[in-house]
Design a protein around this ligand. Structure first.
Ligand code: ATP
Ligand code: MG
Length: 218
């Protein structure tokens, strides 16, 4: 669809052209915004493709709405069209954690904060589903935000939460192999002070079990 048809939207530059989505920066009623437009996948049957697009946009918008109410650092949802496959979000100040880790501007303290943020997400009743260092944004003062909730689960099982830790672990060990102590920092951040109702230790135990499975089969 032509993005000119989206009310109040003034695009400026393409930020990301991925397999699933194109993300364009611009303004919406004068506010810094991004348009996330799902791309039709040629190899999927069009009906299935539309169904998946609707499903992902609807879960992402529900999660973002609830996170917004909690003051969680994630984009605000400005507008969406589930049929056309797009979403307008507030623009987050920051760049992907993978870039900041690579050039050394983020270190263990930031990884620990990432662990704490993932715990907050889980405590709120969501798993992320794609917890890579591309979906964690970090600003100039080291503050983190999470984006990209299309594969989230509402009321996740232990396995989904353990997998979030495992996906981040894989990013930290694979693409940032030099990075000693990163996984320990992530877990330390996730466990926090150990207080509250949330059973963070059970999630970490599941994460350890998943890690063991991956090692054994890998
Ligand atoms: N609200 C936002 N503010 C600033 N940058 C954003 C925002 N949303 C997305 N981006 C940028 O666009 C990139 C892709 O967005 P996102 O992760 O939501 O799409 P995606 O589903 O991963 O797309 P694909 O699967 O096609 O790669 C992000 O890594 C980030 O750099
Ligand atoms: Mg992403």
């Amino acid at each position: 669809m032509a993005t000119a048809a989206i009310p109040m939207w003034a695009p400026s530059e393409v930020l990301h052209e991925g397999a699933e989505a194109t993300v364009t920066a611009g303004t919406w009623i004068g506010k810094p915004a991004v348009l996330k437009m799902r791309r039709p996948r040629g190899y999927r049957h069009p009906d299935l493709d539309r169904r998946l697009t609707r499903q992902r946009l609807s879960v992402e918008s529900r999660v973002l709405g609830r996170l917004h109410l909690m003051g969680f650092p994630s984009p605000s949802l400005y507008d969406l069209d589930v049929e056309e496959g797009w979403m307008l979000l507030s623009r987050i100040d920051g760049r992907p954690l993978c870039d900041a880790l690579r050039d050394g501007s983020a270190g263990l303290a930031v990884v620990k904060s990432a662990g704490a943020l993932i715990r907050r997400l889980h405590e709120a009743g969501f798993s992320h589903g794609d917890m890579t260092t591309h979906n964690i944004l970090v600003d100039a003062s080291g503050r983190l935000s999470l984006i990209d909730f299309g594969l989230s689960r509402i009321s996740p099982e232990l396995e989904h939460m353990g997998l979030d830790l495992q996906v981040l672990n894989e990013c930290l060990t694979a693409s940032h192999s030099e990075f000693e102590g990163a996984v320990e920092a992530m877990v330390e951040g996730y466990l926090g002070d150990g207080g509250g109702e949330f059973r963070a230790r059970d999630v970490v135990s599941r994460f350890d079990a998943i890690r063991g499975r991956v090692r054994y089969h890998g």
